[in-house]
Design a protein around this ligand. Sequence first.
Ligand SMILES: NC(=O)c1ccc[n+]([C@@H]2O[C@H](COP(=O)([O-])OP(=O)(O)OC[C@H]3O[C@@H](n4cnc5c(N)ncnc54)[C@H](O)[C@@H]3O)[C@@H](O)[C@H]2O)c1
Length: 126
Amino acid sequence: MTAKVALVTGGGSGIGRAISHRLAADGYAVAVLDLNAAAAKTVVEEILDKGHTAAVFGDVDVSDRSQVDTAVEKVRESLGAPAVLVNNAGITGFKKFGHITDEVWARTLAINLPGPFYACQVVYRA
Ligand SMILES: NC(=O)c1ccc[n+]([C@@H]2O[C@H](COP(=O)([O-])OP(=O)(O)OC[C@H]3O[C@@H](n4cnc5c(N)ncnc54)[C@H](O)[C@@H]3O)[C@@H](O)[C@H]2O)c1
């Protein structure tokens, strides 16, 4: 049997990195998707060094549907259809409410809303 595939967005650092490690240790083949491909590659190398399975698929901006489409197709071809999706990629401003600018608000919505929607829909269809 081949391993079940888990796809982690924003898996190149922080919480997403920890989730990627945990899923790999639990036996999943982990597809690490991140805007920062170099960071994702480092996480994949860490996972491979532990004898688990993971792969990176270049720079992927989850707020761009075509990039998500292309990445998930590559995941399907190389690891198999994802059984698990972790929508972790996103940004936070962590500013006091009265200090959030319109620019930061717009940027946050432009990534944090469409990203999970695109990933859910593309992975669901896959
Ligand atoms: N750390 C916290 O206390 C906290 C609190 C609330 C929410 N969150 C959310 O949890 C998630 C993880 O937080 P973290 O602290 O590990 O953040 P982090 O900044 O360390 O990691 C986020 C990762 O997502 C990637 N990313 C950002 N935008 C992306 C995009 N458009 N497409 C693909 N990848 C993208 C980044 O390159 C980075 O590797 C984020 O969505 C964050 O907003 C975190």
